[in-house]
Structures are given as structure tokens and as C-alpha cells.
Write a protein of this length. Sequence first.
Length: 160
Amino acid sequence: MRQELLTWFAREGLLLQSVTANPEDPEHDEIKVTVRAPIVALGRGREDFRECPDPVRFGYPESCLELMTLEDLHWFILRWFEGAVAAGRARCFVCNKVLDNGPEQPWDAVFVSADWHCWLVVHFDCKRYLGRDLKGRNPFEVELREPELFDLRLTEREDQ
Ligand SMILES: [Zn+2]
């Protein structure tokens, strides 16, 4: 992740910290602090977690973060999820079904701010079970991959 994006998350108060002691070496009270930026989840599986996509990699100007608000980032992440759904790559976090953009089972992107700092996608009808499915999971245990460069239609807002 670019330092600029990490700094931006710090400014927004969105970095998570995990502090652990090293149990294998009790003579040195070494403490390990892990700092982590918010993540995105294409589903609930082990391989579904991604680092937060960087707007610059999707054509935003280098300096965009200076002006971006959290709302702007939410909007950008929603576009990224739309690209993922269009590509058939996103699953509902609760029922694990592949999401589509048809009218029958609408979905929503949710930012889980408590404990997790994670954007995920879920059917409207499944949302009420989300708390149950997040319980007991530790965001520091998930393995992160590089976010895919889905085809985003970032100019949509101007068209409307
Ligand atoms: Zn669902």
C-alpha cells in the first residue's frame, strides 16, 4: 500500500492496531505492533480478503487523496464492488451466493467500522444476519491479497 494512502487512513482515524508480545522469547519483552488499514472482502472465504484498492491505480490523479473525504472513498469502493459483481467475483458475506446486478436480489456495500474496518457486500435481505457472521472473527488473522483492477465506470456520477 502506498504511504500516502496509509497516511490518509491515519488522518481519518481508520488504522487498526494490534499489540502482541512475543511468547517464544520471554527474556526480551518485545512487543509487536501491527498497524493495518481498512480492507475489502469479496466474500467470507479465506481467499476473499483484499487490501483496500488505491484510487490512483484506477486513474485518479496522484494528489487526489489530499481532497478526498471518507464519503468519496466509500463511493469509490462501491464502484469497485460493482465492477467485482459485474465480473461475477463477489459473494454475499452472509449466504455466500455469487452476487449479480439483476433486480431480484439487490445487494449493498457495507463498511463495518466496529473492530473490523472492512468493506463487504451483502444482499439486502441478508444484512440483518451480518452481526452474527462477523462475531468471533479477527481481522488480523485474515490473509490479504492485492485488489483486482476491475473495470470501473467512474464517470457514472457525472452522467446522472
Ligand atoms: Zn445473501
